[in-house]
Design a protein around this ligand. Structure first.
Ligand code: X8Z
Ligand code: ZN
Length: 597
């Protein structure tokens, strides 16, 4: 979901390079921003349409048209942001003041003022995303090619170390040709950000959180310290179980080889649940098997997701959603399969873009994406400047919050599961969730820890790959399975790096969704353990959620959080509470075993 229009919230620290105008009036400011938001809305919608066509049909032409319209929309935003500094220091009404602040912080990439450079930058970003979308591994000629879905299935299902290694190395190789463009993208994006008054592009990204960029970085450290013990316990346990399976391929006290964790990026380990399931515990369920057993098709999967939101009191998705979305991978053309949710006209032209496979993982991803769509529609009566989430972590957290309510009892209601397992299965159920949510935490942090240092120059191009793996080792405790060199460019084998999408939002979402879940299940009156609580069918919880979604970005995110969770602070005690019984169990299992790497 690319948002070219006005995005979210922060302290107006930037755009200081331009002078305030002593003759400017508050009334002029109000007119200026209202006019700007309408013009940018139109440009954003046009660019969004071209982006949709490009993403669902990658060709040189669709890429060029999309880059052109992106450039127009971004350059216009940059222009307005610079002009808005005329009103700096003026006493404005709160709505106008917030709109102007958001205008200055709305971009994930700022084009430089030189037209040729602006065009080059948008061309490069379109090309990098296109290269990722087209990426294939062809070990022995065109007939042998495997796309990302197929390679991901191997990582998820194979237990043959040679096959895993081959698929892993094969996919990383698609990123090598992206390196050259990426170096130039960093230069030009920094130039654009600096012309807007930011230190660099990473500083621009960190400014979007209604607090000082340094305070935001400190918040992340605080949250990471809160959850780190949980991650260390999970890592140590998983490592010891993988060692039982793969022997010396897995070091007793060192980092885990990245290809053995069930996922191309080692960001979600739930696919290796069968290898690490608690011994002697009653079997938990396998959602993929349940879906397959009922012959569930992609449409039914999406209907299940929509049905959850309807049960909370939200209106059904519009007919155009079903007509215009891309649900499955087209047979005859290249597309960007990475899942995303769109609101093309910024009102109700909601769409899903996915290449759905009938798996438990995609079942959850559908909920994730629909969370974006229902959020988009909830804030569509706000002025264009406020049609965004409270902060970008909120946008990522909503669908995941709903997915936390996908409990065994809920699956019984859907008719997918015959009987909910009793409490003796809870460690298994928590383990399944932890492999998804706890394993993700350091991954959510590491991508932008790397990119921020790339943007500020601390990591020069000749160290891109080396530092990538140093940070992956430091935070995640994983290692590449074979030697990597600077001929490789492994970061761009991850969608968000190739496609210029900031990533810290997912770390925030991983924390926030548990805060939302704890609060909403409280509203729904659930007293049971958090992993057995679901808000399905609870209108009161739905109304509370909707009240926050409707606010969009009209107020600082702290207020939105307070509305739903009664606190103004992001807080990892909710995720710690949720997994507390598992952590206790893991620590017993880990007795006498090495922890850390
Ligand atoms: O990119 C996504 C969504 C689209 S916003 C599918 N996610 C991150 C990822 O895949 O890396 C969801 C979880 C993390
Ligand atoms: Zn998302």
């Amino acid at each position: 979901m690319r948002n070219l229009r006005l995005a979210c919230c922060a302290t107006a620290l930037a755009v200081t390079a331009f002078a305030a105008d002593p003759k400017a009036t508050p009334e002029e400011a109000r007119k200026f921003i209202n006019d700007a938001e309408q013009k940018l809305l139109t440009l954003g919608v046009d660019a969004g349409r071209a982006d949709w066509i490009k993403s669902t049909y990658i060709t040189d032409d669709t890429e060029a048209v999309s880059a052109l319209l992106d450039e127009r929309a971004i350059s216009a935003t940059v222009d307005y942001a610079k002009k808005s500094t005329r009103f700096d220091g003026l006493k404005l009404d709160p709505v106008t003041a917030r709109k102007i602040k958001l205008l200055k912080l709305s971009l994930t990439i700022a084009t430089p003022s030189d037209t040729r450079e602006a065009e080059e930058l948008t061309r490069i970003t379109a090309a990098m995303e296109g290269a990722y979308g087209k990426g294939k591994y062809c070990p022995s000629g065109p007939e042998s090619c495997k796309n990302l879905d197929q390679l991901e299935r191997i990582l998820a299902e194979s237990r043959d170390p040679r096959e895993l290694l081959d698929a892993w190395v094969g996919w990383q190789a698609i990123a090598r040709p992206i390196r050259k463009d990426f170096v130039r993208y960093v230069e030009l994006a920094n130039k654009g950000a600096r012309q807007l008054g930011f230190l660099d592009n990473g500083a621009m990204w960190r400014s979007k959180y209604d607090m000082k960029p340094d305070e935001f970085a400190a918040e992340l450290d605080r949250l990471w310290e809160q959850v780190k013990p949980l991650y260390l316990s999970l890592h140590a346990y998983v490592r010891s179980r993988l060692r039982e399976k793969y022997g010396d391929l897995v070091p007793a006290g060192g980092p885990i080889p990245a290809q053995l964790l069930g996922n191309m990026w080692a960001q979600d380990w739930s696919n290796i649940y069968p290898l690490v399931a608690p011994p002697n515990s009653a079997p938990a369920y396998d959602l993929t098997e349940l879906l397959k057993k009922k012959n569930t098709d992609w449409k039914q999967m999406v209907k299940y997701g929509e049905g959850f939101f309807l049960s909370l009191g939200f209106a059904p998705l519009p007919a155009t959603f079903w007509e215009r979305s891309q649900f499955v991978r087209p047979r005859d053309r290249d597309v960007v399969c990475h899942a995303s949710a769109w609101d093309v006209d910024s009102v109700d032209d909601l769409r899903l873009k996915m290449c759905i496979q009938i798996t438990g993982e995609d079942f959850l991803t559908i909920h994730h994406e629909l969370g974006h769509n229902f959020y988009q529609r909830a804030y569509n009566r706000q002025p264009p400047s406020f049609r965004d989430s409270a902060n970008d972590g909120f946008h990522e957290a909503i669908g995941d919050t709903i997915a936390l309510s996908v409990t065994p009892e809920y699956l019984v209601k859907l008719g997918l599961l015959d009987k909910a397992p009793d409490a003796s299965s809870d460690i298994g159920l928590l383990m399944q969730r932890a492999l998804e949510k706890v394993a993700f935490l350091p991954f959510g942090l590491v991508i932008d820890q790397w990119r921020w240092k790339v943007f500020n120059g601390e990591i020069p191009p000749e160290k891109y790959n080396q530092t990538w793996w140093e940070l992956r080792r430091k935070y995640q405790g994983i290692a590449p399975p074979v030697e990597r060199t600077e001929a490789d460019f492994d970061p761009a084998a991850k969608y968000h790096v190739a496609a210029n999408v900031p990533y810290m939002r997912y770390f925030l979402a991983d924390i926030l969704q548990f805060q939302f879940h704890r609060a909403l299940t409280g509203t729904a009156g659930c007293a049971g353990p958090l992993n057995r609580c679901s808000i399905y069918g609870n209108r009161e919880a739905g109304a509370k959620l909707n009240a926050m979604l409707e606010m969009g970005a009209s107020r600082p995110w702290q207020e939105a959080l307070e509305k739903i969770a009664g606190t103004r602070q992001m807080d990892a005690t909710a995720i710690r509470d949720y997994f507390a019984p598992l952590q206790k169990w893991l620590d017993q299992q880990n007795k006498g075993k090495p922890v850390g790497w």
